[in-house]
Structures are given as C-alpha cells and as structure tokens.
Design a protein. Structure first.
Ligand code: FAD
Ligand code: NA7
Length: 485
C-alpha cells in the first residue's frame, strides 16, 4: 500500500528536470526525496555540486563565457564610438574561471537551501534500482536502501569521448572547460553541434585559437542554410573549419603539446597538427548505465529512455523527464516544464501534458542564431515545396555601423504556408541578442502567427527584431534580399 513506502516519490537526478519535478511534487503534497550524484571526469577529475548540467557545466557557464567574449569585442568597438580604450586589453582566463565558478558555487548553495525550505529530502547519492519500488543509493560513504511508490528518472547525460587512442587521457570536454586551471591556447574543437560551435566561438573571442573539426555537416538538426551562415560568420572571424574530417589519435609530445592525427573521410588523406587543448564536443550519452534499469524492467533505447506522451516508461510507476528521454529536445526549459507538469499530473490532479513542439532555441555563437518552429527543409518535407513560402532578408544592425562590423551574415527568414492564411511555421534569425529577439516571436508562433499579422505588426525602431515586421521578399521571387545601403 501507499503508506508502506519511505516516500511517495523518488526523483533520481537533481538537475533542471529533477529539481523542478521534486519541488512541484512537494507543493502538491507528496513526500519526496531527490538524489543527485556527479561522477568526476575521467582524467582531470572535475566534479560539481547539486543543480545538474545547466547550472554547473552547461547553459550558465557557457553563457557567462560567451558574454565575456562579447564584452572583449565591445571594448574594441567602443574606441570607434569615441571611448579612449587601451587597444592592448587582454582577458585573464584564471580570473574569468574564478568568477564563473564563484557564481556556480553560489547557485549550488541557493539550490540546497531552496530544497531544504521546500522540504525535498536531498540525498547526495548515486541511485540504482533494486526492483521497481526500491532504490539503492550509494553515498560518499556507505549506502542506503529506500523505497517509493513512484520514481522519476531525470539523470541527464554526459559528453561522449571518441573511441580513438589518447582521447580520454589527453582530451577534455565541456565538463572540464569551464573550470580549466590553465589557458586553453590553441584548441581543436571536435564536433560541429551547437556545443562545439559555441565553445569555439567564445574561445576565439577570448583570444585563443580554436579550430572546428566537422565530420559531416554543421549543426545537424538545424536549418542548414542558417547553419552554413553561422559557420561562415565564424570563419570570417578567423576560426578555421576542417571539413569532412575525423580524428584518428591524440599523443602527448615531450613539450606537453598534443599531436592530433586526423583524416579526411572523403579523400582518405591523412594530416596532423599540434594543439594545446583538444575538446570533444561530439554529443552526449544518456546516463542509463548506473541505474541498473533491468532490475526495474525499464526499457532503454540508444542510451535513452523512451516515454509516452505522459512521460511514462514501460513500467507503470516509473517516469522519465529531461535529457534522458528519447527523441526530444535537450534543453533546460524543456526539462523544467516537463518535470513540473509531470508532478502536477501525478499529485495535483492536472491533465496538462508537455508540448514538445515549436520550442525556441538559440545557438550562442559570436554572431548568435535563434529559431523557433520548422526549418525550411523540414517544412518542405512536411508540406511540399509548392506549399511553402519563405520570406527572407539580410539586414544591417544599427549598432554595427560605427565600428563597421561585418553585416554579411545578418540574415533572417520566415518559413510560412504559401496559400490561405500564410501561417508561419518557422522563424530564423542570425544576429545580435538572438535569443531575446526570438523569445516573444515564439509565443506569437504558438498562438498561430500569420505572415499578415507579422507584417502588420508595427516595429520598434531602431532594433534588429523589427526586421521580422519588414520581411517583404520571398525566395520564390528571386529578388535580391540584401538591403539598399
Ligand atoms: P541534468 O541537468 O544533466 O541533471 C541530471 C543530474 O542527475 C546530474 O546532476 C547527474 O549527475 C545526476 N545523475 C545522473 N545519474 C544519476 C544517478 N544514477 N543517481 C543520482 N544522480 C544521478 N540548454 C539550454 O536550454 N540552453 C543552453 O544554452 C544550453 N547550453 C548548454 C551548454 C552545454 C555545454 C551543455 C552540456 C548543455 C547545455 N544545455 C543548454 C542543455 C541543458 O544543460 C540540459 O538540457 C539540461 O541540463 C537537462 O536537464 P536534466 O535535468 O535532464 O539533466
Ligand atoms: P550534437 O548536437 O549531437 O553534435 C555532435 C557533433 O559531433 C556533430 O557535429 C557530430 O557530427 C559530431 N560527431 C559525433 N561523433 C563524432 C565522432 N566520433 N568523431 C567526430 N565527430 C563526431 O552534440 P552537442 O555536444 O553539440 O550537443 C549535445 C546535445 O545537447 C545535442 O544532442 C543537442 O540536442 C543538445 P555528425 O553530424 O554526427 O556527423
């Protein structure tokens, strides 16, 4: 019976999804424990406190380093606006890491206080199933067996390492980068997903020399026209892209530098270069292994857990949310909302389900890219090229004029229904503060935005977001989408 378990709910994983779910469950009257445990990285042994990926080794430190890099750029631009700045200004990596880590520590602290205030029992232990109602928590010293009526698995993922000689010994991942105790220097970033591009972007802005190694395409899953513009804007800033290339091995030279051998996957041609740092950004692996899921009978698919539209696994009392679920966007706000809604359905009598469609996102490259809804290729695939109208244009941000920054890649487009109401299926924007620009449009798109509404919305002048209200040229027309002067 319900009363015979230690808890109503045990949440495994104290990251974005787990914390949101645990806190909401308590608010709705459940007795809840939340486990969180971080295994150190293989070589540097980096570890961190409660809060999960986003706070410790994800969104937050990434955005802080991106901001540091943008500020460096802004200081140089300031001279053009008449500020007397020392042209030789230079960042201090150690100070930056310290500031970032101090912020993270303060968030860890606030998180623990919040859990205590909200009466969530926090257990710093690694959970593994004994059976579908029993969990073994391995603590720093000793272990504890606990039982619950219901489980929510919210264990997230960790970066992958490639299976090549030297990868683990000499390479690092985003789990190490934000606390690295030495300057990254000349860095090979392997992987062209958003994490690889973002890291390469801020490293360049901070004065280091990143190179991006791309196995196939850039930003798989994103609109490919936009993805190529993002890559081109990075190349313009002096970040080389090694295309169609995979690493073969990493060796440490006598001088401490890393010799990387690699090959072109099309020509088979091999080459090598020497780096100070090799950063693997080749995707993330769901943390299913430690959970002992066979003991509970939970099905796994490619390191992830498949769930239905209620986030239920194949086992009646076990649910999963966040990055660990199969086939859904791996983003913090998705994890948070899905976790909260699940708790409300479990304990608050709610029936509201998570809507994973039309989730807006931003790639925080030096010139940012944000989007919501369908990519052009997905819209074409779904509705056919004849049924899609793409409105597009290049634009010139006012703030770029005086410092004479390149406007070559400032571009945006709306992917819409061709006939009828011209409903907007997707919005894509490359330029400054992309996330801030797209967030509000995401609400509009979810409310059924049409091209007619968009172009009859009065813009805010002078902004870059107003460019969406000025979209007038369709790709089909063949007209030049670059603005006159
Ligand atoms: P996590 O936050 O990973 O939390 C899971 C927790 O469970 C971890 O603390 C883990 O150690 C713990 N755990 C694992 N196994 C066990 C176990 N057996 N027992 C106990 N505890 C366990 N998203 C955005 O929305 N915007 C961004 O800008 C963004 N940038 C990112 C940048 C980087 C470099 C990375 C790596 C990710 C970024 N993300 C971003 C993604 C975002 O961080 C994740 O989507 C989000 O953290 C997922 O939350 P989660 O709760 O599912 O998992
Ligand atoms: P992604 O988006 O999965 O991207 C991984 C990148 O690494 C991608 O460009 C891959 O190329 C490349 N890759 C994958 N394996 C290899 C190997 N073995 N060698 C070289 N290159 C490789 O991962 P991120 O780390 O950017 O993001 C993690 C997740 O967070 C992601 O799933 C998002 O949804 C959220 P490919 O395109 O496969 O050829």
């Amino acid at each position: 019976t319900k009363g015979s378990y230690d808890y109503d709910l045990i949440v495994i994983g104290g990251g974005s999804a787990g914390l949101a779910c645990a806190k909401e469950a308590v608010l709705n009257g459940a007795r809840v424990a939340c486990l969180d445990f971080v295994k150190p990285t293989p070589t540097l042994g980096t570890k961190w406190g409660v809060g999960g990926t986003c706070v410790n080794v994800g969104c937050i430190p990434k955005k802080l380093m991106h901001q540091a890099s943008l500020l460096g750029e802004a200081v140089h631009e300031a001279a053009a606006y008449g500020w007397n700045v020392d042209e030789k200004i230079k960042p201090d990596w150690h100070k930056l890491v310290q500031s970032v880590q101090n912020h993270i520590k303060s968030v860890n602290w606030v998180t623990r206080v919040d859990l205590r205030d909200k009466k969530v029992e926090y257990i710093n232990g690694l959970g593994s199933f004994v059976d579908s109602h029993t969990l073994l928590a391995k603590l720093k010293s000793g272990e504890r067996t606990i039982t619950a009526q219901t489980f929510v698995i919210a264990v997230g993922g960790r970066p992958r390492y490639p299976d090549i000689p030297g990868a683990v010994e000499y390479g690092i991942t985003s789990d190490d980068l934000f606390s690295l105790d030495r300057e990254p220097g000349k860095t090979l970033v392997v992987g062209a997903g958003y994490i690889g591009l973002e890291c390469a972007g801020f490293l360049k802005g901070l004065g280091y020399e990143p190179t991006v190694m791309v196995r196939s395409i850039v930003l798989r899953g994103f609109d490919q026209q936009m993805a190529e513009l993002v890559a081109a804007s990075m190349e313009e800033r002096g970040i080389p892209f090694l295309r169609k290339t995979v690493p073969l091995s990493v060796e440490k030279q006598d001088d401490g530098k890393l010799l990387v051998k690699y090959k072109n996957v099309e020509t088979g041609e091999e080459a090598e270069d020497v780096y100070d740092t090799v950063l693997w950004a080749i995707g993330r692996k769901g943390l299913v292994d430690d959970l002992n899921l066979p003991n509970a009978g939970v099905t796994v698919q490619k390191d992830k857990i498949p769930v239905d539209s209620q986030e239920a696994t194949n086992v009646a009392n076990i649910y999963a949310v966040g990055d660990i679920i199969y086939g859904k966007p791996e983003l913090t706000p998705v994890a948070v909302l899905a976790g909260r809604l699940l708790a409300r359905r479990l304990y608050g009598g709610s029936t509201q389900r998570m809507d994973y469609k039309d989730v807006a996102t931003t790639v925080f490259t030096p010139l940012e890219y944000a989007c919501v809804g369908l990519s052009e290729e997905d819209a074409v695939k779904q509705f056919g090229a004849d049924e899609i109208e793409v409105f597009h244009g290049y634009y010139k941000p006012t703030e770029f004029f005086i410092p004479q920054k390149s406007v070559r890649y400032c571009y945006l487009k709306a992917v819409a229904e061709r006939h009828g109401d011209q409903r907007v299926y997707g919005l894509h924007y490359i330029g400054p503060v992309a996330g801030e620009v797209i967030q509000g449009f995401a609400a509009a798109l979810k409310s059924g935005l049409t091209i007619n509404t968009l172009i009859n919305t009065v813009g805010i002048h002078p902004t870059t977001a107003e460019e969406f209200t000025r979209l007038a040229i369709t790709k089909r027309s063949g007209l030049d989408p670059t603005p006159a002067s």
